[in-house]
Ligand binder design. Structure first.
Ligand code: AMP
Ligand code: ZN
Ligand code: FE
Ligand code: FE
Length: 285
């Protein structure tokens, strides 16, 4: 049995996006590690939610259906987590499908760029690696490592596909405000993921709070103690619910182990209360 984790983890990925584990396997790992509540927050999809909730009922893990919406703008990488979304919400699914199509097109463009640069990699292989999940750069990184063009997954990002690297292609998608509003419009609680990747956080936060942001991921494996303290103070100032998550992908290279981030004990209850206020139309503009 692996080392026990904190009892709650509000940021995890499965193979329905760029994680490695099947949703049910992720939930079983949570049970094994003593993590009693997880949010399955795949990128731009709720496709794993029903399977994860079902496995959660069998193995005694509460699963919160969620998504992570990645945006890129002058604010840097702003990733918005949406909690308590409904996998049967057809209008939401329509928007998520559009985002996934954009992901696919972006990866296709990056593959074309890589091929032009002399790094032979096939879109077909990237799609195979993704196993039907929402396509992302991690799948491309794996294909590049496999083909021997880079030494490792991390090396693929560092030398070829991170922002400002030669094969990078901009994302087409939502603005940070649109991401928050999409979550709120579908009755979810919106939280700002790993705020360390945001430029100009104190300027952006009031805008996102206006849009209906209710929480912020204060506790995250890559935050230093000083950063965490700073973020805790910002959360307090903007009356945001402090949350935490591992960003577990199952690849050692990104995020932390499942259950590795502290989450205050009243966080999930506070998010549920926020959803009740959203349902009454009392959050956002
Ligand atoms: P995408 O949404 O396709 O742009 O891919 C973003 C995902 O790539 C993130 O959610 C991480 O899982 C991963 N990622 C982003 N930057 C890095 C990096 N520098 N090294 C390793 N993984 C990364
Ligand atoms: Zn990811
Ligand atoms: Fe993220
Ligand atoms: Fe994530």
């Amino acid at each position: 049995m692996s080392k026990p984790g904190y009892p709650t983890d509000l940021h995890t990925h499965s193979v329905r996006s760029d994680g490695v584990l099947e949703p049910a396997a992720l939930v079983r790992l949570a049970a094994e590690r003593g993590v009693q509540t997880i949010a399955l927050s795949d990128h731009d999809t709720l496709a794993g939610a029903t399977e994860a909730v079902g496995e959660g009922q069998r193995s005694g893990v509460r699963v919160i259906p969620a998504v992570e919406l990645n945006t890129e703008s002058r604010w840097g990488d702003v990733h918005v987590l949406g909690y308590f979304l409904d996998p049967a919400d057809a209008l939401l699914e329509e928007r998520l499908r559009w985002l996934r199509e954009n992901r696919g097109r972006r990866i296709e463009l990056m593959v074309e760029k890589l091929n032009r640069l002399g790094y032979a990699v096939s879109l077909q292989r990237v799609i195979e690696i993704a196993k039907g999940g929402a396509l992302g750069r991690p799948h491309l990184a794996q294909a590049l490592a496999e083909a021997g063009h880079v030494r490792s997954y991390d090396d693929a990002f560092d030398t070829l596909i991170s922002k400002d690297a030669p094969a990078y292609v901009e994302r087409v998608g939502l603005t940070p405000s649109e991401a928050v509003r999409l979550v709120v419009a579908h009755g979810g609680a919106a939280s700002l993921a790993h705020p360390g990747t945001v430029n100009g956080l104190p300027e952006l936060l009031p805008q996102l709070v206006d849009d209906g942001l209710v929480a912020m991921e204060v506790y995250y494996p890559e935050h230093t103690a000083a950063r965490t303290a700073e973020l805790r103070a910002l959360a307090e100032r903007f009356r945001l619910i402090p949350t935490g998550g591992s960003d577990f992908h199952g690849r050692g290279e990104h995020g932390g182990p499942l259950g590795c981030a502290y989450v205050p004990s009243d966080t999930v209850g506070a998010l549920e209360k926020a959803c009740a206020r959203i349902a009454e139309g009392k959050v956002g503009t």
